[in-house]
Design a protein around this ligand. Structure first.
Ligand code: GDP
Ligand code: MG
Length: 294
């Protein structure tokens, strides 16, 4: 019996590491911080808990709280020459049993990489970042995090992603890895902001309207590689109250970049953080994990 039951489980890849890539200030550190700290799930959320698996991750949770509550450490994430020195954060994500998801709990490992990498890719300065490119090609998939509020970056995102695609292609082929197994979860951050929130029900339409060049590059990428791609919205801060308003005190909007901290800590509930990760590992898109309310 046990054997039969096991056979029905979709297989998780052996390697449940992923990497986040995205431009500076897209919210990569905030995304990981909110995920690790996991303040308060919606009572209807399938997620029971997110727990750290090691001391580095526990320490990161302490920092995470400061990042999100006080805006501390919003200095750009550093980029050592060797990504091996960056601690991998390990998180165990556990689902509530009543959702009967086939993977009740799973462990993921991720590193917080600097946004500068995206810029260097765009300028095709790849020699400088070779060890990072090797890491991207080692993991089974990437979480591409883009600033959903920064529409004018569309051509820049498109260029960076086009370069990422060709660089990854070279390295996957060199490693004898199949392109068609490589997964891309594309996540638009800051989705509690009204210019994104109004599109929350139709992400493809949002992309066609606001990020058409980016969408074209990503769509062609997945067609050419015949590889899985999926699109998500997320917010490290979430909404508060009824009717819902962004739970963010925007501290500045410098050159189009939205910077902010949590407005009401006791109402803090990020959304959409686990859906892309669950999809990266299982290929399943669970609407409740997207957690977008009316
Ligand atoms: N409104 C809003 N701001 C966010 C969100 N996530 C991050 N930010 C802000 O975006 C800025 C850059 O975030 P950070 O995580 O340092 O970006 P990184 O450079 O990609 O690591 C900070 O001021 C964050 O407070 C979000 O979900 N909503
Ligand atoms: Mg960062």
């Amino acid at each position: 019996m046990v054997h039969l039951f096991r056979k029905q489980e979709p297989e998780l890849p052996d390697n449940t590491e992923f990497r986040i890539i995205g431009p500076r200030s897209a919210g990569k550190t905030a995304y990981l911080a909110a995920l690790a700290y996991w303040p308060r799930a919606n009572k209807n959320s399938p997620i029971a808990s997110v727990t750290p698996m090691d001391d580095d991750t526990k320490r990161f949770i302490g920092i995470a709280k400061d990042i999100l509550e006080t805006g501390a450490l919003l200095a750009p994430t550093s980029r050592p020459d060797d990504p091996d020195v960056i601690p991998p954060y390990g998180l165990k994500i556990t689902m509530k049993s009543d959702f009967q998801l086939s993977n009740q709990s799973f462990e993921v490992i991720c590193k917080d990489f600097a946004g500068e990498l995206f810029e260097l890719l765009r300028y095709q300065k790849t020699a400088e970042i070779e060890p990072y490119l090797q890491e991207y090609a080692e993991v089974p998939g990437l979480l591409i995090l883009l600033d959903g509020t920064f529409f004018t970056q569309d051509p820049i995102y498109a260029e960076g992603l086009a370069s990422l695609k060709s660089e990854l292609n070279l390295r996957l082929v060199a490693k004898n890895k199949s392109l068609s197994n490589y997964r891309l979860a594309v996540v638009f951050s800051k989705a509690e902001q009204s210019q994104v929130w109004t599109h929350r029900r139709n992400i493809k339409r949002f992309m066609r309207l606001k990020f058409p060049k980016t969408y074209q590059v990503l769509h062609q990428w997945s067609m050419q590689w015949n590889s899985p791609i999926n699109y998500f919205f997320c917010s490290a801060f979430g909404m508060k109250g009824n009717p819902p308003t962004p739970n963010v005190k925007v501290t500045s909007r410098e050159n189009g970049i939205t910077l902010g901290i949590i407005a009401r800590k006791e109402a803090w509930r990020p959304f959409g953080l686990v859906a892309p990760i669950y999809w990266l590992y299982t290929g399943k898109d669970i609407p409740e994990l997207r957690d977008i309310e009316e």
